[in-house]
Write a protein that binds this ligand. Structure first.
Ligand SMILES: [Zn+2]
Ligand SMILES: [Zn+2]
Length: 131
């Protein structure tokens, strides 16, 4: 593994649970004084996804895809998106109840919720503990 490749992987490990885009990865390494080109980052991320070490989520056509470190071999426990209305942060969370919830909506109302493109709004942990 090249130095850059392992640096990107380590960054993804340290930011697990957050919504991390290629742009953010580029900004992180630029701020560290060790810039990595966006094309290089994409290439490494594609490799990680192929190696099943990282999962890629595409929210919608407007937002950039995000990447989360997830080396599990088990069928992916899907990540859902949460936007904090106080600080504006986009976070990831997992909850098996949501999958059952979408199945229940399908059964009762015949509506198919695309959870992968759904963003939940509310207040994050940090913000709800402030005052
Ligand atoms: Zn995300
Ligand atoms: Zn917040």
């Amino acid at each position: 593994m090249t130095k850059q490749k392992s640096a990107i992987l380590n960054y993804l490990i340290s930011t697990r649970g957050q919504h991390i885009t290629v742009q953010q990865i580029a900004e992180h390494f630029a701020a560290q004084g060790t810039p990595i080109g966006v094309a290089t980052i994409y290439r490494h991320l594609d490799a990680f996804v192929q190696e099943r070490r990282v999962k890629k989520y595409v929210l919608d056509g407007n937002a950039s895809a995000c990447f989360q470190y997830d080396p599990t071999d088990a069928p992916p426990e899907r990540c859902f998106h949460f936007r904090c209305q106080a600080c504006g942060k986009l976070l990831h969370f997992q909850n098996p109840v949501l999958t059952r919830f979408s199945e229940a909506v399908k059964a009762t109302d015949d509506l198919e919720i695309d959870l992968e493109q759904t963003v939940f709004y509310g207040t994050c942990k940090n913000c709800s503990h402030q005052g």
